[in-house]
Design a protein around this ligand. Sequence first.
Ligand code: HEM
Length: 247
Amino acid sequence: MNKRMILRHTKGGIFIHWFNAACWFILLFTGLGLIQNPQLQPLGQWYPNALRAVFGGGGLLIIHLAVAVTWLLVWLVFIIANWSSHVVPFLAQVFTLKPGRDMEWMIKKNLQMTLGYKAMAFFMKPLGLGAKIPDQEYYNAGQKVAAQVMLLGALVLAVTGAIMLRGKYFMTAPLADIAWVQWAITIHYIAAGVTFGILLVHIFMAAIAKEERPAFWSMFSGEVPEEYARHHHKLWYDEVAIKTSDQ
Ligand code: HEM
């Protein structure tokens, strides 16, 4: 059967997504190796010991810093070059929530995915809600909330990372004496944990959940089948359909 395809991601969007993902994984795995305190080490002490044996403590920190600075610089160029074509529309989409509709979507979608469609309909009845899951825009409510947390997490990681960098290389007082560097370390650690939690859900939904498989392939090809767009992102699909019928 000949499936009609719809453009979902530009080449620039695909590039920055995978570049970002690669940087985050390197930062996460080198960052975990830099945690000296065994009580805060989620993987156990064998992990930092093994990494340090391969790269040395200093080498590990240099990889972490080099990837973080490259990540920031590439993002800066991308943001400036794609401000009106990509960045503004993305932020507008991600930060536009309709609380009633989106809460209903969150509750129904989670019940449908965990208990099934029939059970979801059953639990909705006493609340006076039908079984229909509200139509969604370019991103669904879950994707929007995940993107908001990732954006905030990225900002916090970048700022606290810069404070730690300054504390380590550009200040003379011993690190342990500088309260705000200590705070930056703590907040950096918490932000990494929170964003990692969100990432687990993002990766599960994007790469493992079967019904989102077309979205996964679209992160390589840029396109999704029309049927997927109509079913998962009806409000966006309707906009695209109106635009194409006008041309
Ligand atoms: C193996 C890792 C990852 C996989 C398989 C993956 C997969 C995907 C897929 C399939 C989409 C498109 C969803 C759609 O079209 O509706 C997407 C979008 C997105 N991902 Fe990921 N992702 C990964 C890692 C990451 C990481 C590390 C981040 C951020 C820290 C991230 C942030 C985002 C954001 C903000 C979007 C929306 C932007 C867009 O649609 O261009 N992803 N991801």
